[in-house]
Design a protein around this ligand. Structure first.
Ligand code: ADP
Ligand code: MG
Length: 654
């Protein structure tokens, strides 16, 4: 049976400007069971011919039937499948993968086979035994001699029960003793029925062949059959063959191969993972700060209730030379009572006088925020004392020296938070005060510790501590089902009237609706987290470009490996997937570590800086998807470059 039939085969290489004709029309028939030695001077076209016979290269002209199949018009992927199914290769350079053991190298072609059925391939361990490497199965190529490596390559060429084995100067790199062993092994394989086509420089090796062909300047000049080949021992019948481009059964192998490649270059893998990790970690922690601030503001504002009006003195008018002059309204303690009495729709009202206070007690000295407030404050701000009591209207009127302490202040002065300071005397700005209650825990409002403050009656604060007659502002809680705007207008008009301003002087006073403030605050917080997210996104992008760089390096470094994989039957999709999986894997690993790391950073930020941070599940999902996508996007280009490599050129690459 003819396994190879060439008619008028020509090959011309096209260089940039010139065409290099190498094969000038070759007619050749090779029968099953033959052992063909191809001889010729260097540059005569032996390797070119062998590469075409082995489907690694395509002829420029002529017809080529392999096992009866006309293959000259086959696509790259179909040729890859045919190589895997019918052909075995032995190269002068051995071309073993250095990161894999002998056993793994031998099994490599099985990955790219159409079926992994045990019946369709040999047992790799048995093959290694056959070539005399029983005790070297777990060794890597660099732990073996050249002769041993070539024997591993022979075992690999046999794994898919090939019809023909092609060998291009298989002994070219070996010493005399190894040469003899290798040629002996090939002879035995031929005796068992496998067709062998071997290119060689060494005339004495033709003694082992059944037929010797001499090539000169791209033409066959002699062809002699020296021995009768035994065609009866049919090692394998050529059968019709169906090409399958992609199979899901390979996905697991893609992962294994990608994993091996990553393990094979640990330092580089770790650095790429680190790049993505930093990007993702900053994304996570920045978004945690952003959403934390947003949430804190929202909680804070929601706690105030939306039926709240805030009354501020307006901006100083007309040049503003006298900042507390007649053109700016000043709020007084009397205004509180007056508004409550004369404006309909007010449920509760409190004035504020704010300042800082030096608190001395228990041998400690502590500076904190001071708020003078009205009695309604407890209801309005949901600040009923955790223990003790709030002050009364009488205490306010009489400027009594009573104070309520926030949790942080208690901790700072008395040590433990469970200390009960009720009844204790403390000095505030050198004046004795009695503690009558503790404030409930409020937590942090993004950037401010809401428990780091003390409150006291408004009059006490204004006249005894701060020394002012003016209020900072007034908060008004509007009754349910009352129009906020109406009440706001009524307050403005009443204050203009009592303070003897013209009804048109609306600028001297500002009445703010809480709902408006809420909106402004959340849109600000939103912009803030967007900004942080954008910064983090850029760092992820930089990480992605780093990955791409590394993948490109990896592709050119592993060009030979890619060539070998293609030679033994990997198609373009196989190579593409392997490289994409490598890059996606690196990015996902970086992503997961980055998420954990970023969450840790968020916790540290909240502990150290006291900012509220919140790692939202959505931001975790986002960060992970982004990192996987980074791997995909930045991996595709290098992977595509790898997959499109021509196997012969890739194998020749140094
Ligand atoms: P041999 O194996 O007999 O020594 P080759 O088949 O490798 O010779 O090469 C035959 C001729 O083809 C040489 O002159 C070589 O320079 C040329 N050649 C081989 N491959 C290429 C290529 N990819 N591009 C251009 N010329 C090539
Ligand atoms: Mg050659």
């Amino acid at each position: 049976m003819k396994v190879i039939e060439l008619k008028g085969l020509k090959k011309t290489y096209h260089l940039e400007k010139i065409d290099v004709p190498v094969l000038h029309g070759i007619d050749l028939e090779i029968y099953q069971g033959e052992f063909v030695a191809i001889m010729g001077h260097s540059g005569s076209g032996k390797s070119t011919l062998l590469n075409i016979l082995g489907l690694l290269d395509k002829p420029s002209e002529g017809s080529f039937k392999l096992a009866g199949i006309e293959v000259s018009k086959y696509s790259d992927d179909e040729l890859a499948a045919l190589r895997n199914h019918y052909l075995g290769f032995i190269f002068q350079q051995f071309n073993l993968l250095s990161k894999l053991t002998a056993l793994e190298n031998v099994s490599l072609p099985v990955i790219y086979a159409n079926t992994k059925d045990e019946k369709n391939h040999e047992d790799p361990a048995k093959l290694l035994e056959l070539v005399g490497l029983k005790d070297r199965m777990e060794h890597r190529p660099n732990e073996m001699s050249g002769g041993q490596q070539q024997r591993v390559a022979i075992a690999r060429s046999l794994i898919n029960k090939p019809l023909i084995i092609f060998a291009d100067e298989p002994t070219g790199n070996l010493d005399t003793k190894s040469t003899k062993e290798i040629i002996q092994t090939l002879k035995e394989l031929n005796d068992s029925g496998i067709t062998i086509v071997m290119v060689t420089h060494e005339p004495h090796l033709t003694a082992y062949a059944t037929r010797t062909i001499r090539v000169q300047d791209g033409l066959i000049i002699s062809d002699e059959t020296t021995k009768k080949s035994d065609e009866t021992k049919k090692h394998r019948q050529a059968q019709t063959f169906k090409h399958k481009a992609f199979s899901f059964s390979r996905v697991k192998d893609y992962f294994v191969q990608a994993w091996r490649a990553l393990l094979g270059n640990k330092m580089r893998s770790i650095l790429s993972i680190l790049g993505v990790m930093i990007g993702v970690a900053s994304l996570i922690s920045m978004m945690a700060v952003g959403t934390g601030a947003q949430k804190a503001i929202e909680d804070q504002v929601a706690g105030l209730g939306s039926n709240l009006l805030m009354v501020f003195p307006g901006a100083s008018q007309r040049g503003g030379i006298s900042s507390d002059g007649g053109t700016r309204m000043r709020l007084f303690h009397e205004d509180i009572e007056d508004l409550k009495k004369n404006v309909a729709g007010i449920a509760a009202i409190t004035g504020y006088a704010n300042g800082r206070a030096q608190v001395v007690a228990n041998g400690k000295n502590y500076n904190t925020r001071l708020e003078g407030v009205s009695v309604d404050y407890a209801d309005m701000r949901n600040s009923h004392p955790g223990s003790g009591r709030f002050f009364t209207e009488t205490e306010n009127a009489e400027k009594k020296r009573v104070v309520l302490l926030g949790q942080t202040v208690i901790k700072e002065i008395f040590g433990g938070a469970d200390f009960n300071p009720i009844g204790e005397f403390i000095k505030i700005n050198r004046i004795d005060f009695q503690v009558i209650g503790t404030l409930p825990v409020k937590g942090s409002s993004g950037f401010r510790d809401e428990d780091d403050k003390i409150i006291m009656p408004l009059n006490t604060a204004m006249y005894r501590i701060i020394g002012t007659e003016n209020l900072n502002n007034i908060d008004v809680q509007v009754k349910e089902n009352t129009d906020m705007q109406e009440v706001a207008d009524a307050i403005t008009q009443r204050l203009l009237f009592t303070h003897r301003f013209k009804p048109t002087d609306k600028d001297v006073i500002r009445v703010r609706n809480m709902a408006e403030i809420q909106e402004t605050m959340s849109s600000m917080a939103n912009a803030f987290s967007l900004l942080l997210g954008a910064i983090a996104f850029i760092s992820l992008l930089v990480g992605g470009i780093g990955i791409m760089n590394i993948m490109f390096v990896s592709v050119s470094e592993r060009t030979k490996e890619i060539g070998l994989r293609k030679a033994i039957g990997a198609n373009n999709a196989d190579i593409l997937f392997q490289f994409i999986i490598e890059s996606v894997f690196v990015c996902c690993a970086g992503g997961i570590i980055g998420i954990i790391f970023g969450a840790g950073v968020a916790v540290i930020i909240s502990k150290v800086a006291g900012w509220a941070t919140f790692v939202a599940p959505s931001s975790v999902a986002l960060a992970f998807c982004f990192s996987a996508l980074t791997g995909l996007i930045f991996g595709v280009w290098p992977a595509r470059k790898a997959s499109l490599l021509n196997p012969i050129e890739a194998l020749r690459y140094d």
